[in-house]
Design a protein around this ligand. Structure first.
Ligand SMILES: [Mn+2]
Length: 403
């Protein structure tokens, strides 16, 4: 019984290690039974021999795809960078278990029949929404029990997302939502131009009504707030387009229809102009604001991200809450923080061993012992955190021999 775990490849992102990951999968494809590898133990400096058996299961432990922050904000880049890795993966004669992370959570909402795919080589590809296995007692390998979870669950910065999601009864993902809006072909192409039109319409409209409409409250410099029903109807029209357009894109045309037909009821030349103006302004806002968000959110998000935290920091800085932990397994394997390493077992971890599978993203920082292109290998003999540099060129970051 051998398992292999990788996480946080972020395919389609700006700093992913696509080529390395493909090379790794090609190497995995070549392991027919087992492979004895000599590797340097990066902590101890000595050489160790590890027998890598062909894994029964490959666990893709979340954030394999970058659906939140793809290169240039364009999700087509995720599709491009997925073709080869998934083709290579399906060739490998192991079961593939994809546990979704926060950057690829949308996969968990696929139609049920896509959650379990039978591949031509008689292996399965399954998608798990939260963790693997379902049973909190974990999965027995040798003398230890293992539990696999992406790790955003330990993330206090994402607690607000989880809280709102529980409240509304479905996953609340504002970044994914703006990504979706931005990834409309014409928005992707023209959002900057649309933004200029939006500003021109907005300011032009404000100036126009300021000059032609008598203000009931002359002292107000910004007449738009006091210019009566016309402007208010226009604002409501703009809001309706924005609201329905943003919530459910297929309602957009219905909303436009309501606005234009109601403009006939209200008639009067100036209100028709106002309503047209409102609808157009709303439309251009819808086709440009997601571009602004998609292109600036990375900076905000990076400020909040617990990226590059060690397993010890996750446990001790209040990300992990022992009293809330329902996991019964002895070893918790997680990703998410991009820092391959371990912590525990001790009192703070509830006597569990936490192993982080690291990432295939960004750069190595050897002085901090932060390595990329890492994976976890588990069999009856124990668990290893390994780093892949090339075919059979593997370093051992940490080893956890079975007791
Ligand atoms: Mn993550």
């Amino acid at each position: 019984m051998a398992y292999l775990v990788v996480s946080d490849v972020h395919l389609g992102s700006k700093s992913g290690q696509y080529d390395k990951f493909c090379g790794f999968l090609e190497w995995l494809n070549e392991i027919k039974n087992e492979r004895i590898i000599k590797c340097k133990h990066l902590g101890k400096g000595e050489e160790v021999k590890i027998t890598i058996k062909k894994p029964e299961k490959i666990i893709l432990l979340g954030d394999i795809l970058e659906l939140w922050d793809p290169k240039d904000g364009d999700r087509d880049n995720v599709i491009k960078e997925s073709i080869k890795p998934f083709a290579l993966l399906s060739d490998i004669g192991s079961e593939k278990v994809y546990v979704v992370g926060n950057h690829d959570e949308a996969l968990g909402e696929l139609r049920e029949e896509v959650d379990e795919v039978a591949l031509p080589n008689n292996t399965k590809f399954v998608i798990r929404n939260r963790h693997y296995p379902d049973d909190h007692n974990g999965l027995k390998i040798g003398n230890s029990s293992y539990f696999f979870v992406h790790g955003q669950q330990f993330d206090k910065e994402q607690a607000i997302l989880a809280w709102i999601s529980r409240l509304i009864g479905e996953s609340w993902d504002p970044l994914g939502w703006f990504q979706s809006l931005f990834n409309i072909t014409s928005t992707k192409k023209h959002w900057k131009k649309n933004l200029a039109v939006f500003f021109a319409l907005f300011l032009g409209g404000a100036l126009y009504w300021k000059n032609i409409l008598p203000s009931p409250i002359p002292d107000l410099t910004w007449t738009m707030f006091g210019s009566g029903s016309t402007f208010i109807i226009a604002i409501i029209a703009a809001a309706i387009v924005l609201y329905f357009g943003l919530m459910r894109f297929n309602y957009l045309s219905a909303a436009l229809f309501v606005i234009f037909s109601s403009s006939l009821l209200f008639s009067g030349q100036s209100s028709l102009t106002a309503i047209l103006w409102g609808a157009l302004t709303g439309f251009f806002a819808l086709c440009s604001v997601p571009g602004v968000v998609a292109n600036t959110q990375r900076k905000f998000y990076n400020m909040l991200k617990p990226k590059d935290k060690t397993a010890e920091q996750i446990i001790n800085n209040g990300y992990y809450k022992k009293e809330k932990d329902t996991i019964k397994a002895g070893v918790v394997v997680f990703g998410h923080t991009h820092f391959a390493g371990s912590y525990g077992p001790n009192n703070e971890t509830g006597n569990k061993l936490f192993i982080n599978s690291g990432c295939w993203y960004g750069k190595d920082i050897p002085e901090d012992k932060r390595y990329t292109n890492t994976f976890v290998y588990i069999d009856e003999g124990g668990a290893y955190i390994l780093r892949w540099r090339g075919a059979d060129e593997i370093d051992c970051i940490e080893a956890f021999p079975a007791q």
